[in-house]
Each structure stands twice: as C-alpha cells, then as structure tokens.
Design a protein around this ligand. Sequence first.
Ligand code: SAM
Ligand code: SF4
Ligand code: SF4
Length: 375
Amino acid sequence: MSEPIVVPLAQVKDALKAPRPRTLPIQAPADALPASALPTDTLGRPLHDLRISVTDRCNFRCSYCMPRHIFASDHEFLPHSELLSFEEITRTASIFMQLGVRKLRLTGGEPLLRKHLEMLVAQLSGLQTIDGTTPELTLTTNGSALAKKAQALKDAGLKRVTVSLDALDDAVFRRMNDADFPVADVLRGIEAAQAAGLGPIKVNMVVQKGVNDHQIIPMARHFRGTGIELRFIEFMDVGSTNGWNMAQVLPSDEIRQLIANHWALEPIAPRQISDTAQRWAYADGQGSIGFISSVTNAFCGACNRLRLSTDGRLYSCLFATQGHDLRALLRGGADNQTIQAGIHHLWSARADRYSELRSSHQGAIERIEMSYIGG
Ligand code: SAM
Ligand code: SF4
Ligand code: SF4
C-alpha cells in the first residue's frame, strides 16, 4: 500500500493517446426490459447517480490530476466530433431517469470550459425522474469561470455547485493549480454562486501531506459560519500519472483531530447511506465539514454512481479499466428501449469495489484519468 506506482513517462503518455482505453460494447439482451425494472448490481446497490463529464480539457494543471509534464502542450485532447453533443447527453440522461437515476452531476475536466454549458443545463433540468420530480442537478468546478457564469447557470436550472479549492494562500494555490491562477478569483466565483442561490455550496479540498496540509486550519476558519461546507478529500490513487504515494495521504482521522483541537466537533448522522462524505458539525453552531476518505475508509458498499465520459463511454467505477461504448448505440440508431436494456444489463453485472480491495490492486497501470472519466 505504501509503494508509489512507478510507470515510465513514455508508457503513460502512450496510454493517454487516442484511441482511448479499452472499450466494451453494451450488450442489450434480446428480450425486452420489464417495464418497472430498476436494476441493482451484484452487491445489491441501486443506480442513483450519473456523473457526466462534458470535457476532458482543463485550464488548471493540478499535479494530483493533470500533471503538466504529462498534459503538456502536445497532449491530444478529444476532437469535438468525439464529444457527446448536448442532445446526446440529454437523451442519455432521460434514459437513465427510467432506470432510477435521481441525481446528475456535470464534471470534467473543467465543465465550465464547455461552450454554452447553460444550454445543456436547461435541457437536463427539464427532465423528470421516475417519481415525476426534477433530478438533482449539480456541477463540480474549479471555480475559475464561476463569477462569470453562476447566474446564467442558476437561471438555466442548475441547483447547486461544488467548488474545488485546495488552499487559501495565493502562492500555494497558484503552485497547486500550476496555471498561476489566483485564489481571489475562485473566492469571487464562490461568492457569485452564493449570491445566485446555487447552494448549499460545498468546497472540496484535496489534502496532500507536505503540500497543503498547513492550509487545513486557514480553510476551516475561512468557511466556518458561511453556510458553505468544506470537505477534505484524501489524495487518491486515481489515474496513472499523478505519482500517488501513500506517504502523501493525510488520513481523514488526523485532519479531523487537527480541526477538533481548534473547534469542538460533533458527528452528524448520514442523510443517505450512499453519502460519500462523513460529516461533522461545529459544536458552536458555525456549520459543518465533511471528510471523503476513499483511501483510509472506503465507501464502496453503498456506491450507486455511474460515470459517463466525455466521449460517451460508461464507467461503473472511478477505477475501472475499461468503459462501455454507449456512443456507438446512440449514433448507431438504437432505440431508447434497447439502450435502456443494455444499461440495465451492464449495471446488473456490476461488482466494482476498488477502494475496498485497493491493496490487492497495487501495480495496475491501466487506470483511467479522472479528467477524462469525470471526478
Ligand atoms: N475541474 C473540476 C474540479 O476540479 O472541480 C471538476 C473535475 S475534478 C476531476 C473533480 C474533483 O476531483 C475535484 O474536486 C478534484 O479535486 C478531485 N480530484 C482530482 N484528482 C484527485 C485525486 N488524485 N485525489 C482526490 N481527488 C481528486
Ligand atoms: Fe482540472 Fe479539476 Fe483536474 Fe484540477 S482537479 S486539473 S481543476 S480537472
Ligand atoms: Fe464506487 Fe469504485 Fe469508488 Fe468504490 S472505488 S466508491 S465502487 S467508484
């Protein structure tokens, strides 16, 4: 568990070039889907949450996600023709609603780099879940364009946003995003999102030991009492380019202890069993914080998420090594019922629980990058 994954640079660069990682066809069983059938996977987990990556591009180069020496100026991102169109995404999402999905999260890459994203938001916000309610429509962003886009996204029907922010100190933040992007602009984006009513807002901070752990208390102090929930994410071994090393993971328990030394904390009962974060409230009523501990306290048991990559592949786990080619069905003339049956079949066969089995997977190199699959 403590050994870094060492993969030669040339091999990693080759693996990132098109064609994308191994793809499997989606097989629709010949017999039609029973009208009311909501699939559960082999571990009894329902399908609830669809994460949609709308671009594999990003204006940041966070070293834990898109290290600049790998995602350099010669990196080949997907050409526009490979991206699912807004109509294809909306059609896909509407099929997912029939299979029980209630939550849609737009992500990437940096989703706000996708032109006219608010048009997609408007289309998705018009969908209905199987209960006739509107889906919970959210977005994860680095916040760099949020000040400009928050109001348009809200007007289009976006419910709330999660903003990634790893430090308050400007120099540390600029170094971590490796794009010399100032922290003040992200903070302005968060304010704009709050003013537009895109709340409750969550802020995600990936903690890397020796890199930004000294920012934990300043971040906690800054967001206490604002109604914004700060969530600490353990540095994960996702992808094969970030040189992940267990020595750089600061376990959530240690972060919580650090914060508890400043402000008393009380545990909050989970809202849903599938919640990724364990939440704690400040005992003085100044709000709550969360911990996403996918390394030290895996939460696969209730994982009900499926990911749709920018080019229309379905991934049943963040650590999946192969995707299922939904785009071939969408562009090949398949009707909605056939696609629905194919996804039903796929989810019913799902057995993923990578984080729980992490130690036995050491050395695997064919991991998909988070910027492609969607965080
Ligand atoms: N660009 C957007 C952003 O940064 O919010 C959306 C995509 S990003 C891949 C989604 C989330 O994944 C971010 O909160 C980011 O911090 C997190 N992330 C990326 N790589 C990670 C890693 N190796 N370990 C933990 N979290 C990671
Ligand atoms: Fe870009 Fe988000 Fe990855 Fe950072 S974490 S490089 S902002 S996609
Ligand atoms: Fe879900 Fe895979 Fe993450 Fe486990 S490792 S929580 S199955 S995405």
